[in-house]
Design a protein around this ligand. Structure first.
Ligand code: SF4
Length: 317
């Protein structure tokens, strides 16, 4: 029994966060991801672990004591203070791969406590899988919104059902749309990511058109493009090694981005390819910046000059 308890001990996950959360405090509720089947992802096969809510509150207490009185407690990990030192007290990001899977009453309890200790908190953010959103009622999501959990980062990856099935995403495009609309109905801001190149060479055009369709149907406030980066050891990397998955070229990834922008229609969406995995960074608000963004992409595509692209060694996950 003792051994089993030790084996189940919660280990603080490494910090893996959206670029826009760089100034947040990183509070772990879980480690791993509940949908650990995505064949391209570094969390593939990881085991989801839930942290005890009393330990979450203990960290919030320690953070509060440190921020207010500069007191460090001996049994609190150094990382808490390292992150707290450069924290402005405004935003918190809940770790890990999908903290929204944390049981609803405990999630509400942790958020309530956080709000009580930090009354000036502006917002809390979290990764959320479409499955997490489908599992919650709109009223539950509204409750989270009231507790300042007001932005979800959700990986759409592709709008193509064939690609979604192949990569083990665990939802169809229509479920993806339903999940996104639910979050919006609850008033939660959505930041969606799609992955250029996920359909490979053969599935490229369909991936583009279907991804544009799903993004348009959800109509999020933010959309970010990432470029597929094969992670050694993942099933998709193995497929590539075996020659059954054919990755697209850097310029083809720009063609895909151009195609997504051309074929999508938004009310007011900040779309960017600023993520370090991309070969070219562009950004703008759609629809008003559509022509400018397409021109920027068109210029680089017409030159086909590799020196205009982010070099491979500077690309990151
Ligand atoms: S749902 Fe997201 S974090 Fe989880 S395995 Fe898939 S891509 Fe990775």
């Amino acid at each position: 029994m003792q051994r089993r308890q030790e084996a189940e001990k919660f280990e603080r996950p490494d910090i893996f966060r959206p670029p826009s959360e760089r100034e947040s405090y990183f509070l772990p509720l879980t480690s791993g991801c509940s949908n650990n089947t995505c064949t391209f992802c570094g969390l593939y096969g990881t085991k989801l672990r839930l942290r005890e809510v009393r330990d979450v509150k203990k960290e919030i207490d320690a953070l509060s004591m440190y921020v207010r009185q500069g007191v460090r407690l001996p049994d609190i990990e150094n990382i808490v203070y390292a992150v707290a030192q450069r924290w402005d007290g405004r935003r918190v990001f809940l770790q890990d791969g999908d903290a929204v899977v944390y049981p609803f009453p405990k999630l509400a309890e942790a958020l309530q406590y956080l709000n009580e200790k930090f009354t000036n908190l502006e917002r809390v953010g979290s990764y959320a899988t479409p499955q997490d959103l489908l599992r919650r009622s709109v009223d539950e999501l509204r409750k989270l919104r009231e507790l300042k959990l007001s932005i979800f980062y959700t990986g759409v990856e592709s709008g193509d059902d064939e690609v979604l099935k192949k990569i083990g995403k665990g939802v169809s495009s229509s479920q993806m749309i339903e999940a996104g609309r639910k979050a919006k109905e609850a008033g939660i801001t959505l930041s969606l990511t799609v992955i250029l190149g996920l359909g490979g060479v053969e599935g490229s055009r369909k991936h583009v058109l279907e991804t544009a369709r799903v993004l348009s149907a959800i109509d999020p406030e933010y959309a970010g493009a990432l470029t597929l980066t094969l992670i050694p050891g993942t099933p998709l990397w193995q497929e590539c090694e075996q020659g059954t998955f054919h990755p697209i070229s850097p310029f083809e990834s720009l063609e895909e981005l151009k195609g997504i922008i051309e074929n999508s229609s938004f009310t007011n969406c900040f779309l960017s390819s600023m993520h370090a995995s991309n070969y070219l960074s562009i950004r703008g608000t759609l629809p008003q910046d559509k022509e400018r963004m397409l021109k920027e992409l068109g210029r680089v595509l017409s030159k086909r000059d590799s020196s205009l692209l982010r070099p491979e060694f500077l690309r990151g996950l």
